[in-house]
Write a protein that binds this ligand. Structure first.
Ligand code: GTP
Ligand code: MG
Length: 254
């Protein structure tokens, strides 16, 4: 998996590393950045999904990350920042070349490329990459002389169960989705109790109670013990975190 993204990096002039602005630090891969630098590729960081965090928090992360690499924040949902991103890519590539979008699963790589290609969708290039390279990989034209490669979910999410969930692991593939879901609920509740309750129409007393009540509210009953299917509720919370239905934010280190 990782070798696939490294192969993509070798074939481009720059990488755009897409981070989730709710958890920029956890969705950063220093390994990928290091590999790009070592191979003489430019690195641009993108904080995506900024519609889900306060603007001043986005500004703080941008300042913090800019010490390492040029950093842009965007929201594909609100169509914000994508023009600046295109200009930054253009500048880095001096007008022409290839750029690979890399990042953990579900950070929004494909969404960003979709917005960037915009009206040029019809001119999506089917120009094959150099021989011997995975056939499925397509170059997408995002400017007159600039092509993007999408690398779907190719950084395998590692770390503790919470980090794995935040890094885009499909909750069906987690050993136990409950602990990460509990952490997400606690953080989301701390930021905005009302949002959680209105989103799910369930009162929040404690995270475990919330999962129980969510399962009951949705009519999810575990067939084996006839109890509310808390596992399914936990998986739903993690998926909803991925698609941005629930949110919280973190702050950069001082
Ligand atoms: N709120 C919000 N959600 C977003 C934004 N961009 C993407 N998403 C959501 O994030 C989820 C993942 O987006 P994708 O573009 O598929 O992410 P990806 O990085 O290509 O994912 P993989 O291909 O699985 O690695 C989807 O549910 C999107 O709707 C954004 O700016 N704001
Ligand atoms: Mg994708």
């Amino acid at each position: 998996m990782l070798s696939k993204v490294l192969a993509s990096i070798r074939r481009v002039d720059a990488i755009v590393e897409v981070l989730d602005s709710r958890e920029p630090d956890l969705t950063r891969s220093r390994e990928i950045e290091g590999y790009a630098i070592k191979n003489g590729k430019q690195v641009i960081l993108v904080l995506n999904k900024i519609d889900l965090i306060p603007r001043e928090v986005a500004d703080r992360w941008k300042d913090y990350l800019s010490k390492d690499f040029p950093t842009i924040y965007v929201s594909t949902r609100m169509r914000q920042g994508t023009r600046i991103l295109r200009d930054t890519i253009k500048e880095s590539l001096k007008g022409e070349g290839k750029v690979a979008f890399v990042g953990y699963p579900k950070t929004g790589k494909s969404s960003i490329i979709n917005v960037l290609k915009g009206k040029k969708a019809a001119s999506v290039s089917t120009q094959p990459m150099s021989t011997g390279f995975t056939k499925g990989i397509q170059l997408v034209k995002i400017d007159s002389k600039i092509y993007a490669i999408d690398t779907p979910g190719v950084i395998p999410p590692h770390g503790n169960p919470f980090e794995k969930a935040i890094r885009g692991t499909n909750p069906d593939n987690l050993d136990n989705p409950i602990p990460p879901a509990v952490s997400i609920l606690e953080k989301a509740f701390q930021i905005s109790p009302a949002l959680l309750e209105t989103t799910y129409k369930v009162n929040y007393i404690s995270p475990m109670q919330f999962l129980q009540d969510l399962a009951k509210h949705r009519g999810w009953i575990d067939r084996s013990d006839k109890e509310p299917d808390v596992d399914l509720a936990a998986k739903t919370v993690i998926k909803d975190y991925h698609n941005g239905k629930i949110t919280y934010y973190t702050l950069p280190p001082e």
